[in-house]
Design a protein around this ligand. Structure first.
Ligand code: 4NP
Length: 173
């Protein structure tokens, strides 16, 4: 993990509390962030801790509002036993009240969220997904698979599996 000291403190506080509310954010909310929502939901279900978690996703863009995730993402996730049923929505300023952790997939999503954050305290809830991913995977962002082939979708799911396992542990399981 590549967390700052402040981020470690925030996660330790979440681990000590009884609820963890996480919002994953990407550009379209049809590939990476709904996949992250599905991967973490499955991991906490397996751990028997789903009741502690509120997990959602949203996009900075508005092109796909109301749609299910991209068919290719759904197919690749289903092969891993994960059903993606989220309906696309756009991130809004009220999400900073409704979630403890806001997790962008890449640096553009991160800077868009920093612009939207209503206060420094709200901005401190933004922690990039790649900060949770095993350093050995050598990615400092989750690459957009939209214009890629099957390997792009598999790479996203591998990175999200690594990151969501670390996130789950860091926030208390
Ligand atoms: P996502 O991928 O941000 O991982 O959901 C994308 C999906 C759609 C578009 C861009 C990225 N788009 O431009 O429509």
């Amino acid at each position: 993990m590549r967390l700052t000291d402040r981020q470690r403190e925030m996660l330790a506080a979440l681990a000590a509390g009884d609820k963890v509310r996480v919002l994953f954010v990407c550009l379209g909310n049809i590939c990476r962030s709904p996949a992250a929502e599905g991967v973490l939901s499955e991991l906490v279900r397996e751990a028997g801790t789903a009741g502690r978690w509120v997990i959602d996703s949203a996009g900075t863009g508005r092109w796909h509002i109301g749609q299910l995730p991209d068919k290719r993402m759904r197919v690749h996730a289903r092969r891993r036993g994960i059903e993606l049923t989220h309906h696309c929505r756009q991130v809004s300023v009220s999400d900073f009240d409704d979630f403890d952790l806001i997790v962008p997939m890449d640096s553009q999503n991160e800077s868009d969220l920093r612009q939207l954050a209503p206060s420094p305290e709200a901005e401190a809830r933004i922690v990039p997904m790649a900060a949770f991913v095993d350093k050995a995977m050598r990615y400092d962002y989750i690459p957009d698979p939209y214009y890629e082939g099957a390997e792009g979708f598999e790479l996203v799911l591998d990175l999200l599996d690594s990151g969501c396992r670390c996130l789950r542990e860091a926030a208390g399981g």
